[in-house]
Ligand binder design. Sequence first.
Ligand SMILES: [Zn+2]
Length: 261
Amino acid sequence: MTSWERYGRTRPADGIALRSRRGAVGDTWWGRRLAETMEAVVDIGRVTRGKSYARSGQVLSLSVEAGRAAGRVQGSEETPYEAEVRLRPFGPEDQVIAAQVVAASPQLVAGLLAGELPQELEAALASAGVGLLPESTVDVDFDCSCLDWGWPCKHAAAIVYLLAERLDDEPLALLALRGLELERLLSPDAPAAEPELVDCLADFLSPRATVDAIPPSGNAFDERDESLLRAALVAALPAGPVDPGLIEETMLVLRNSAIGE
Ligand SMILES: [Zn+2]
C-alpha cells in the first residue's frame, strides 16, 4: 500500500481553508478563546500541525451539531479521515442555572435574541459556577479514524481551528455545542426535552465517569473504552489544571501493558 506519509508528505487538498493565515485563530472573543483553550490543554505539537492542516485546506467538510463538530480531513492516505471534537454538554442542573442567569438580565436576553453571544454571558455564567467555554481536559474529547494515538491527532486539531472560525460566523452554535437550546435558555419554564444523546454524552465525558464504567472484560483499548479510561484518569487527579503530558504518558503505559498481554 502506497502511503504519502511514508515519504513525509500529505496529499494536497482543496477544502475549507482557515481565513487566518498566521498567528492566532478566531476573530471574536469566543472563537479565539476556544482555540486558545484547546491549545492550553492538549499536545501543542499536534495542535500546531493541525493548524497547518487547517490553513492548507486539508479539512474537506465540517458539521457542527449538539455536543460535537465533525469533518473529513485529507491526510496522507487516499481516503480522508473522519475526525471530530466533542465538547462536554451542560448537564440538566447547569442548564437550569444558565436559564436563570439569562432570565435575570434583560441585556443578555436582548443580545441572544439578536443572534449575538454577549461576553457578559460568559462572566455571568462563571459567577454562577458554570463555564461556557471548555476549561480543562474534562470538557473536551477528540476522535479520529487515523491510527495516530495523539490526543488530539492533527486531523482533530484541524477541526478545532475550523470550528473556531465557524463560531466567529455562527456564535450561537457554541450554545448548541454545549447542549444548550436557545429556546430553553430564553424560556426557563419551557418543558425539558426528553433525555437525548447530549445528556448521555455529558455523563460519558463527566469526571463522575469511573473505572466501574469500564467493561470488566474485552479489549480495554477499543475506541470507546479509551475515552472512559481517560475520563477516569482525569477524575482521579486532584482538582485544578491537568498536565496533558501526564495523561498521555499514563495512557501510553496502559496501552503498552495491554499490548503486552
Ligand atoms: Zn487523525
